[in-house]
Design a protein around this ligand. Structure first.
Ligand code: CTP
Ligand code: MG
Length: 228
């Protein structure tokens, strides 16, 4: 089974503070988005990629990927991540109407190992309606009040940190976006709202999201390791 990958890359990268959209920020000389799309296409289980770019940068992003010989459709993203995914997903099902497996993958998780991408696609292909890569929590987590006073300590062993790519049967993601309304911080969150079970597979430290300047430094080191 070969999946279509939807790549939300339309964010402004405000926490990174690099003065350009995060997707365009270079890591060892190559844009974060280029690394992300190359990783998807090289995993061997992705047949088509649709990128949601910052609306003002659609042409720049399309040229960037063309110059890197990475075939991808580029559409304008939306006001929040959910909106960007919705737009790119709508384009994807028109471009590849027979697609059975859809991946949604943050451009900011550009160094996700191919083994994780393949594990997610394989799990959906073998019947899971929704699959997400997860890691155990390293830190203790507290629930706090509006003023920061601790309310509770959830049992860490039952918590997971969530990564992408998240994989879905196409009809399930279609239904989730049609019915769930509103936004969520990840796509599985919308699928949960329509009552469909979400399965997990092991994630990987290298699938970390580049959010802050600290993360960018980590990404440079991760890439240096992957290149050797
Ligand atoms: N994203 C998107 N459209 C938006 C907002 C976010 O496609 N309107 C994408 C980002 O490009 C990123 C992913 O969603 O690949 C995760 O979002 P995040 O890490 O928050 O990226 P930014 O929104 O760019 O960063 P910040 O919140 O610091 O501005
Ligand atoms: Mg954001």
């Amino acid at each position: 089974a070969r999946a279509v990958a939807v790549v939300p890359a339309a964010g402004r990268g405000e926490r990174l503070g690099y003065g350009m959209p995060k997707a365009l920020v270079p890591v060892r000389g190559t844009a974060l988005l280029t690394h992300a799309v190359r990783g998807l296409l090289n995993a061997g289980c992705v047949r088509h990629v649709v990128v949601a770019a910052p609306p003002a940068d659609v042409e720049v992003v399309a040229a960037l990927l063309r110059d890197a010989d990475l075939p991808a459709d580029v559409v304008p993203g939306g006001a929040d991540r959910t909106d960007s995914v919705r737009r790119a997903f709508e384009h994807a099902v028109k471009a590849v109407p027979d697609v059975r497996v859809v991946l949604v993958h943050d451009a900011a998780r550009a160094f996700t190992p191919p083994s994780v991408i393949r594990a997610v696609v394989a799990a959906v292909a073998s019947g899971a309606p929704a699959v997400i890569p997860v890691l155990p929590m390293a830190d203790t987590v507290k629930q706090v009040d509006f003023d920061g006073t601790v309310l509770a300590t959830p049992d860490r062993s039952a918590l997971r940190v969530v990564q992408t790519p998240q994989g879905f049967a196409t009809d399930v993601l279609t239904r989730a976006y049609a019915e769930a309304g509103d936004s969520a911080t990840d796509d599985a969150g919308l699928v949960e709202k329509i009552g469909v079970p979400v399965a997990t597979v092991p994630g990987h430290a290298c699938a970390m999201k580049v959010t802050t300047p600290f993360d960018l430094a980590i990404a440079e080191a991760v890439l240096a390791g992957q290149e050797n």
